[in-house]
Design a protein around this ligand. Structure first.
Ligand code: MN
Length: 258
């Protein structure tokens, strides 16, 4: 990547990246730092928190998020205690949420119990920013938010949203942001991406679980994603990068008013 592509006011954003699942996380963090890519380092278990916190300590661009992935709830629901103990030390929460796809639907009731509890705890703090998984579960995720996380008690980003237009409208009305990845743009659901307000859009790699040019996606692929997103929205790439950057700066610095 060419550093001259970036200016101080237009940093790239990767709002959902599993930094700790790459072969060399410190090198990836250094890459985000040198390319000035705001990156949310999501995790899947509270056991990963301490290490992620250490790796990101000196970073200006990479923030760690405390997670308990819905796909792991069948085996790891008891880690909710660890999650709760660590929550006071975490500003960002993710990856958490619900997954009702066929492989995970058997743990759905347990997932819901854990997720409701997490939302209640986050609401009690009032200033958390959450990256939510909602595969085949957009409506239950929005229902749970409505019941347990009032809009003024936390900020939600729906990661890899695959819901319907009606669910997207409801999520927008509830104040949600959306982190968009390249797979979403390659799918047939681009009409949903077109209806989301620019001031709620973020970009994400969801690496290393997604691919870019035949290898695992990286935060540095976010410029190429911004270009694709600009095409899909019919606006300039500058418009996309500046609104995505502004949206991220708002979420990364909650004292700014909006
Ligand atoms: Mn993920």
């Amino acid at each position: 990547m060419n550093d001259s592509t970036f200016t101080a006011s237009e940093n790239l954003v990767d709002f959902h990246c599993h930094v700790d699942l790459y072969p060399d996380p410190p090198a990836l963090i250094a890459e985000c730092e040198s390319h000035r890519i705001y990156t949310l380092a999501v995790t899947t278990t509270p056991k990963a928190w301490k290490q992620n916190l250490e790796w990101t300590k000196g970073s200006n661009f990479v923030r760690p998020a405390l997670g308990l992935h819905p796909q792991l709830i069948a085996e790891r629901a008891k880690e909710l205690d660890d999650f709760e103990r660590l929550l006071p030390t975490a500003k960002y929460v993710g990856e958490v949420g619900l997954d009702r796809s066929s492989s995970y639907s058997s743990s759905f009731d347990k997932q819901l119990e854990v997720f409701n509890h997490i939302l209640n705890r986050c609401a009690a703090f009032g200033d958390k920013v959450l990256s939510l998984h909602s595969l085949r579960a957009a409506t239950p995720v929005l229902d749970a938010m409505e019941q347990h996380l009032p809009p003024n008690r936390g900020q939600v980003v729906l990661h890899w949203f695959t819901g319907s237009k009606a669910e997207a409208r409801r999520a927008v009305a509830l104040g949600c942001y959306f982190s968009i990845n390249a797979q979403m743009l390659n799918s047939t659901r681009t009409e949903i991406i077109s209806m989301l307000p620019l001031d709620r859009l973020l970009t994400e790699s969801d690496g290393p679980f997604t691919n870019h040019m035949g290898r695992p996606s990286r935060p540095s692929d976010m410029l190429s994603l911004a270009r694709q997103l600009a095409l899909a929205r019919g606006v300039s790439v500058e418009q996309i990068t500046s609104s995505v950057c502004e949206n991220c700066e708002f979420l990364f610095d909650r004292q700014k008013n909006r």
